[in-house]
Write a protein that binds this ligand. Structure first.
Ligand code: NDP
Length: 379
């Protein structure tokens, strides 16, 4: 490839994925679901959820478009760094547009930053930077487009395409697929499909009810999510099976740790979701739904620690890091679980303050009954 091609092809590839995802997100029908977030009039926001369909269709469209245009599907892996740079630029441009546009006033929610369209009004740079980073509002929408839901979906789809592309790249380079790569790809695919399948549960999470759409979310989903979350992938697709003297038991540990993490995370999130939509339900599977004041769950996953779902997420990240980090012998894959620890420890602290203010004495009662923040008997 010429230098120009080297730059142009990854940009076109990225454009193809994100543009297809965006168009499909608009045209593919989805079920209408009431969310947890309320609008300024106190009514639950109505979401159109088509995540899984769009996720799968975008992957098919990308594969077909690559085939028809004689472009290699493996470009996402062979030119990973260029794709990442373009994604970074795209994230920056989109965030800047969001900042300059200001709030989508007619859809302002109760959580939005007070509107001021004139960015020149700002008294100080720090305030502007804060709004640029965090965003103006919680749930910017334009007709059928809910930007927050779209960004999460686009990031997950691009990440899955990176994973599949890595698999194809590895096979076309070595005419075989190594076991560590298979384990990694299965775990990451499970993580992503599960995420889009449970889109309705995500409506009840912190990201949806507490975080605005700005640079952090737009750049985070378009660039950081597909490229940092797959940081362990290149180590695996660039290595030939025989090059790494890998150990089967490490793969087994990876799978076990991942599954335990998944059960804790999905179990806690689903238990809370069931409780939020109907507090009168007495059981979640075989777990009795006990609560404090009918508001805070104290049984099952929520009785083990106050955020056992965070522990689950960290364990899944460890499971994903093991194939590349241990077997591949690289330190890079470990950045992924380290990032989760830093993110979730900080988030638990923020959430604790939020819940303390919201639930007051009920929260004190809960913390005395469930003293562990994330890891039972440890932290
Ligand atoms: P939680 O699902 O723990 O949500 C916290 C909220 O749940 C609280 O603000 C409170 O909200 C409510 N709550 C807290 N304790 C209780 C209780 N005992 N009973 C009932 N409700 C309670 O956290 P997140 O939304 O941050 O995380 C959701 C999932 O997403 C987790 O599995 C997390 O690991 C994952 N995650 C994934 C990330 C990724 O990048 N892959 C990033 C961050 C999170 P309320 O005011 O509504 O009661």
């Amino acid at each position: 490839m010429s230098t120009l091609e080297e730059l142009r092809a990854p940009a076109a590839y990225l454009f193809l994925v994100y543009a297809s995802c965006f168009l499909l997100y608009i045209v593919v029908p989805g079920r209408r679901v009431s969310g947890y977030v309320r609008n300024a009039r106190g009514k639950p926001l109505l979401y159109r959820l088509n995540g899984l369909r769009v996720f799968l269709l975008t992957i098919c469209v990308t594969g077909c478009a690559c085939y028809l245009s004689n472009t290699s599907f493996t470009l996402a892996s062979s030119h990973r760094m260029s794709c990442c740079v373009w994604a970074c630029l795209l994230g920056l441009v989109v965030s800047s547009l969001f900042y300059l546009k200001g709030p989508f006033e007619e859809h302002m929610s109760a959580h939005s930053v007070p509107a001021s369209r004139d960015v020149g009004d700002f008294k100080n740079f720090r305030k502007a930077a804060r709004i640029f980073f965090n965003g103006w509002e919680l749930n910017p929408c334009l007709g059928l487009i809910d930007f927050k839901m779209f960004f999460y979906l686009a990031g997950a789809t691009m990440l899955e395409i990176n994973v599949l592309s890595g698999l194809v790249y590895h096979y076309s380079t070595f005419q075989e697929i190594s076991w560590p790569l298979i384990v990694y790809c299965c775990e990451m695919t499970w993580f992503l499909v599960d995420y889009v399948y449970h889109e309705h549960v995500q409506l009840y999470t912190y990201d949806l009810f507490a975080e605005n759409v700005g640079f952090k979310l737009a750049w985070g989903c378009l660039c950081f999510y597909p490229y940092f979350y797959s940081i362990g992938l290149p180590v695996l697709y660039q290595a030939k099976q025989g090059d790494v003297p890998y150990l089967y038991y490490v793969l087994i540990i990876s799978i076990v740790v991942f599954i335990v993490g998944y059960v804790l995370s999905r179990g806690a999130n689903n238990q809370k979701y069931k409780f939020k939509i109907d507090q009168k339900v007495k059981k979640y599977g075989f777990i009795e739904q006990r609560s404090i004041g009918g508001k805070l769950l104290v049984s099952g996953f929520w009785g083990v620690s106050r955020h056992v779902n965070y522990l689950g997420e960290i364990l899944m990240a460890v499971g994903l890091a093991l194939p590349g980090g241990w077997i591949g012998g690289s330190l890079l894959p470990w950045l992924y679980p380290v990032y989760y620890v830093l993110l979730l420890v900080r988030r638990e602290r923020d959430d604790n303050v939020r819940c303390q203010q919201k639930y007051k004495y009920l929260w004190d009662k809960y913390t005395s009954q469930v003293p562990w923040r994330i890891v039972p008997y440890c932290y």
